[in-house]
Design a protein around this ligand. Structure first.
Ligand code: ADP
Length: 437
């Protein structure tokens, strides 16, 4: 059993004018577990509720298993929705609560009992079948609720932050059980969360939303390694990606470097395809993204061919137990994720494709950039540096002895650079090429 969910330019404008979802297109494959991830208020619940039929669709088309479903009643959609807040019948036992949807369908008693047992077993609550809700813990009650939601086989599960009221350990355990249940039914699942770790752990693919728009939909691995833009890059992964203001600069023929304020990274010659492409954005303000694993502390081992030296000054050491995080300053400027609302007045046309963007960048290459002073290090577009916290966060041993004020030699792996334009769109690795992952 399964079903595809296809959204064609789906949009929701609430009566008060609030645009909660803007022309969003997405396909959830049959049997797929897809996670909708985004900050609070970006439109995730609205989208889910439109699919369930609990909210009207303002524009666009919803297809369920290939058939248009915009105007179907919720009961006609073969969908089960699971919320964070769940209600159980307080006087019924676990078995009665789980079996209720089958009992109202007047199914055979022996069959109902068998199904309830099977689901309770998968959820690890088969020893609690005779208890009433007040005799159960929060996590156990959530499992019963989940059992009740899945007992009537549906082709689609929509889950809206179903675990967010539980503590971290319980969440981690329950989410694996939930995966097991949905996989065992072969149902298609759309799961909403604002927690990137949960999204990455659960999703076959993850769809990242911002301000009612879809930013990227991809496997967790691709989202992390090849984020479409600086928003996705900074939303996914802990510790967060380091984003620095930078510019590309070509001091001599054949040499290309990235200026990061007081320090620079020379790119290897011969240049890789991705680094070659950076010539076209020479002198323009860029955002340079460095995941913590792209940086290591230079120890006695030699630098590899793709590593470049820099020096960081420790601003703060953060102990995490299994590792320590060092906050370092480089003499550069930390960048914020640019505001890239699709209909933001400074952002037009609404959504340029990456190909169009690259064409434009190529066009600009021949023109002198008046914003860049000789040497190409600073531009007025750069925000003032924030004091005291440094621009880089890197991983260190849990027993680190590095302390505030200490100068540390670093090695940056230039193969792992993620480079975004001023608006936050990724330009390197080249987004027009098929990922090698
Ligand atoms: P999320 O689930 O990502 O937190 P929601 O879909 O709940 O986001 O909300 C998206 C936006 O729509 C928010 O700005 C929210 O305030 C707004 N919104 C949600 N429900 C309504 C409503 N019934 N009327 C008006 N605005 C709403």
């Amino acid at each position: 059993m399964g079903s595809t969910i296809t959204l064609h330019d789906l949009a929701k404008t609430y009566p008060n004018g609030q645009k909660a979802v803007r022309q969003l297109s997405l396909t959830v494959d049959d049997g797929e577990f897809l996670v909708l991830l985004g900050p609070s208020g970006c439109g995730k619940s609205t989208l889910l509720r439109m699919i369930a039929g609990l909210e009207t669709i303002s524009a666009g088309e919803l297809h369920l298993d290939g058939r248009i479903a915009n105007d179907l009643q919720p009961s006609e959609r073969d969908i089960a929705m699971i919320f964070q807040s769940f209600a159980l019948y307080p006087t019924m036992t676990t078995a009665q609560n789980i079996g209720f949807p089958l009992a109202v369908q007047k199914q055979d008693h022996a069959q109902v009992t068998a199904q309830v047992h099977s689901i309770a077993q998968t959820l690890g609550i088969d020893h609690l079948l005779n208890r009433i809700p007040s005799q159960l813990s929060g996590g156990e009650r959530q499992r019963v609720a989940m059992g009740r939601a899945v007992v009537r086989r549906r082709s689609v599960f929509l889950m809206d932050e179903p675990l967010s009221s539980l503590d971290t350990r319980l969440r981690a355990r329950l989410r694996t059980e939930m995966l097991a249940v949905t996989r065992s039914t072969g149902a298609t699942t759309l799961y909403v969360t604002h927690d990137q770790a949960e999204a990455m752990a659960l999703g076959d693919r993850v769809a990242v939303m911002r301000d009612g728009t879809l930013q990227q939909v991809d496997t967790p691995r691709n989202l992390y390694a090849l984020p479409a833009n600086a928003f996705v890059a900074s939303f996914v992964g802990t510790p967060r990606i380091n984003l620095l203001h930078g510019t590309v600069f070509a001091p001599a023929a054949g040499v290309l470097a990235l200026n990061l304020g007081a320090q620079k990274l020379t790119l290897s010659y011969p240049l890789t395809h991705d680094h070659q492409m950076l010539r076209i954005v020479q002198g323009q303000p860029l955002l340079v993204g460095l995941r913590p694993e792209a940086i290591r502390i230079a120890d006695k081992a030699h630098a590899t061919a793709s590593e470049r030296a820099m020096t960081g000054v420790v601003e703060h050491t953060e102990f995490q137990g299994h590792e320590a995080l060092l906050h370092l300053s480089l003499g550069g400027q930390r960048a914020d994720v640019p505001n890239a609302l699709p209909d933001h007045p400074t952002h037009s046309p609404a959504r340029r494709t990456v190909t169009e963007l690259l064409r434009k960048l190529r066009h600009h290459t021949g023109l002198p950039d008046r914003r860049t002073p000789p040497g190409g290090t600073q531009t007025p577009a750069q925000a003032p540096a924030r004091k005291g916290i440094g621009e880089l966060v890197i991983r260190d041993e849990p027993g680190t002895t590095h302390r505030r004020g200490q100068h540390i030699p670093l090695l940056i792996d230039i193969r792992n650079l993620l480079i975004f334009d001023e608006r936050g769109e990724r330009i390197s690795p080249d987004p027009t090429r098929t990922p090698q992952l």
